[in-house]
Every structure is written in C-alpha cells, then in structure tokens.
Design a protein around this ligand. Structure first.
Ligand SMILES: [Zn+2]
Length: 210
C-alpha cells in the first residue's frame, strides 16, 4: 500500500526530471519563473465609471468579460493570476495600483476597448510606459496582430496612472474601437472576447519565453 503510494507520487517527478535531462535541464527554470510571476489582470473602468459608451455597448462590461476570459485562459496554461475587479464595481486607479504592487513579482495586463469621435477609426493598439513595459507591449501587439483581422495601430508610450505607478512591467491593451460599427459588433460578441483573450494569453506566454 505504502510503496504503491510512494510510487504514484514520485513517478511523475522522476519522469519530469528525465524529460528535463533530455532537454538540457532548461525546463525547471522556466517552470519556476512561470510559478513565481503573477499575471495581474486589470479590467478597465467599472461601476460608476462606464468607460466609452457607443451603440448600447458599455466598455466597462465588455472589458470585464474579456478580462475574465483572459483569466480562464491563463489559468488553463498554468499561470497564477490576480484580478483588480471581478464584478461591475468601481475600483479607483490608485486602488488598482495598490492591488498590483502588493504582488511581489508579476506583470500587468490592463484590458480596455477604444473609442474615437471619428467612427471610421478602427484597430488594435497597446500602451506602455517603462522599457520593460515596452518589451511586453511589443510581444503582445505582435501576437494579437498575427490572428486578428484589424488595423495594427502599434505600441505607444502613454502616461497612464495604472501602468506608470505599477512596479511591474505593465501594458494597457485597447482591444478594438466600439465607436466603429463593425468593431463594436465584434467586440460585443462572446467569441471575439474569447478569441482576443486567447491571443493575449499567448502573448503573455511568449513574453515569458514559452
Ligand atoms: Zn478604457
């Protein structure tokens, strides 16, 4: 009984080490890095702050739905996550920074949808502040643009409180323009929220070298 238990516990560990040895023992380091870094997911706006509002679509609602899909996808891939909000509640920018900075090691992905008074404007863009954020932004934007049919508006340095005051590499992703009829229709659908979240999770994985 005891020996069976021990075998069942240790066999996967032994197997893992055999795989690691076969691949030059690179795997444990990456695994540890992945376990230590926490992905802080920041759904933009919420509560009294509804963000942009076009054609009956509230940015705060679809940003939260997309953020929850991102959380699901990252956890499926084995990442640890923290959400700055999980409901339609108002969370101040200062509180979001405090939540993020309580995490010892991690990155921040802030999820938003864009708007412009020129309703023809569409596309996806990613903002950053620090050089570390720029690297994350480049990987994220590049990963998303491989699969999303939209205009690539690139990565931009922007002075935004959450990404400026965070001690971690931080980015803010604008997942599409809800002021544009076509992008709003897509952004308001569950399939797009899931698809863009999957791509963001892939971007996070690539940033960590997977
Ligand atoms: Zn926003």
């Amino acid at each position: 009984m005891t020996s069976t238990c021990i075998r069942s516990i240790h066999s996967p560990t032994i197997l893992l080490w055999m795989v690691c040895l076969a691949f030059g023992a690179a795997f444990p380091d990456k695994l540890l890095a992945k376990q230590r870094s926490i992905i802080i997911i920041d759904a933009g706006h919420g509560g009294k702050d509804k963000g942009s509002y076009w054609g009956g679509v509230r940015e705060s609602r679809i940003a939260l739905a997309t953020a929850k899909e991102l959380e699901k996808e990252l956890r499926r891939r084995g990442f640890l996550t923290v959400m700055t909000r999980r409901t339609d509640a108002f969370v101040s920018l200062g509180e979001r920074v405090r939540i993020a900075n309580r995490v010892p090691k991690g990155i921040i992905v802030s999820v938003h949808y864009n708007a412009n008074t020129d309703r023809s404007v569409k596309g996806i863009e990613t903002y950053y502040m620090s050089p570390a954020g720029r690297k994350l932004a480049s990987v994220m934007q590049g990963t998303m643009m491989e699969k999303v049919r939209s205009r690539n508006l690139g990565v931009k340095r922007k002075n935004l409180k959450v990404i400026r005051e965070s001690k971690h590499p931080a980015i803010l992703v604008e997942c599409g323009f809800i002021s544009n009829n076509w992008e709003r229709g897509r952004a308001n659908s569950a399939w797009y929220q899931k698809a863009i979240a999957k791509l963001m999770a892939e971007g996070v994985a690539r940033y960590f070298g997977y």
